[in-house]
Ligand binder design. Structure first.
Ligand code: GLU
Length: 390
């Protein structure tokens, strides 16, 4: 059973250069893009949140700059990206405007998705755009990304974006219609796999090298993307993007490969917060706040009595009440600033800190209850209350 496209609420679409840009002429495939925009318009109209991770900056920019064919040096590709990204953003914004959709550009670097402090910012911006019914168009900020720390391929970037915002589906449009047991161009016996339930070493071996594609990411980076996505609770599908209206085709049952996740984004995120992060500090809270947290509320500065540790914004902290550990979460303030606003009402934050910070010290989406409730037996494991956690 493959999932129904209509059942997903937050969808990241990854569009590669090879589909968007006509290689021979180095120009945009306008007809293809406007057909894809129609598909996006349909999803958007039924209420789904859509995010696009689009490549094409370097491919477009190199034509404009008249750079020679073949591999580019890093600074050449960065120059090409600087020129091409302007065009790329304009094409997307025009194509989406035809569907009555406002596009918003987000350029990210590896550290923006991997460093928690910056991660929270990128996430908040993307979620705000979605709330405003805009469609974020995302690419790696190639102009400033340094060689050692860059994604380089948008497959993995798209997977990180998807897990970062808690999307339930990632669609990778490719120039193949999914994963085969061997590269289909080389092996006539190769069999197409409609569903991958788990990424085993055998599945990874099937990915082989990058030979099947023009763009940077071959099947290997797609499998890497699938690992990131499925670990974060996001389903992924590799679909043929060479056709017109590729998304509609998937909805109609076109051949593709689904990678299933055993989890969902909310559970995966909470498992990550409670289980994988080293806490950098402690927030000691009062009884009123503890009661509110148990009911699912965010932790406001007013309910915090004392802080310990020298944490930075975005770090994991332990939240304690009089009985001990109650929760863990990602804190919205550095320790220094936190110390200045504890015990105070959220509306005072701006006066106290000189900037308009977040209302909550730990937002409920960034928090997991880890301690036992007062009426429960003591001695429960710290993550036993996370639904579905192993
Ligand atoms: N970020 C690159 C670009 O826009 C593309 C990376 C990729 O091909 O995956 O040109």
């Amino acid at each position: 059973m493959t999932p129904d496209l209509g059942s997903f609420k937050q969808i990241v679409l990854k569009v590669g250069s090879a589909l968007l840009v006509d290689r021979a002429r180095g120009r945009l495939n306008h007809a293809w893009l406007s057909a894809l925009a129609e598909d996006i318009g349909d999803l958007h109209a039924r209420g789904a949140d859509v995010l696009i991770v689009s490549s094409g900056a370097i491919a477009l920019g190199r034509t404009v700059l008249g750079l020679p064919p073949g591999a580019l040096r890093l600074e050449e590709s960065q120059a090409a990206a600087a020129v091409g990204q302007i065009a790329l953003a304009r094409y997307w914004s025009e194509a989406l405007a035809h569907q009555g959709i406002t596009a918003g550009q987000i350029l990210v670097t590896f550290t923006d998705t991997e460093e928690r402090r910056r991660y929270l910012n990128a996430r908040a911006t993307a979620l705000k755009l979605l709330e405003l019914r805009s469609v974020p168009v995302i690419n790696e900020n190639d102009t400033v990304a340094t060689a050692e720390i860059r994604y380089g391929d948008n497959d993995r970037l798209a997977a990180r974006v998807a897990t970062m915002i808690g999307a339930d589906l990632l669609v990778l449009f490719s120039d193949v219609d999914g994963l085969y047991t061997a590269p289909p161009a080389m092996d006539p016996q190769a069999r197409h796999l409609p569903v991958v339930e788990r990424i085993t070493p055998a599945i990874e071996a099937m990915a082989g090298g990058a030979a099947s594609e023009l763009s940077r990411g071959g099947m290997r980076t797609k499998i890497e993307a699938a690992k990131i996505a499925t670990a974060g609770g996001t389903h992924m599908v590799i679909a043929d993007g060479r056709v017109k209206n590729p998304l509609r085709r998937v909805a109609e049952g076109a051949r593709c490969t689904w990678f299933q996740t055993p989890s969902n984004p909310a559970t995966a995120r909470k498992t990550w917060i409670a289980g994988s992060l080293e806490p950098r500090g402690v927030l000691q809270i009062d009884d009123g706040a503890a009661r509110a947290l148990r009911k699912g509320a965010s932790l406001l500065p007013v309910g915090v009595r004392r802080i310990e540790g020298s944490f930075a914004r975005g770090d994991a902290v332990v939240i304690r009440d009089a009985r001990g550990e109650l929760a863990r979460g990602l804190v919205a303030y550095d320790a220094e600033d936190a110390a200045r606003i504890i015990g105070r009402a959220s509306r005072e934050i701006e006066n106290l800190l000189g900037y308009h910070g977040r209302t909550a010290m730990v937002h409920r989406d960034d928090m997991v209850l880890t301690g036992s409730a007062p009426d429960e037996e003591a001695g429960e494991g710290p993550i036993s209350r996370i639904e579905g956690a192993a």
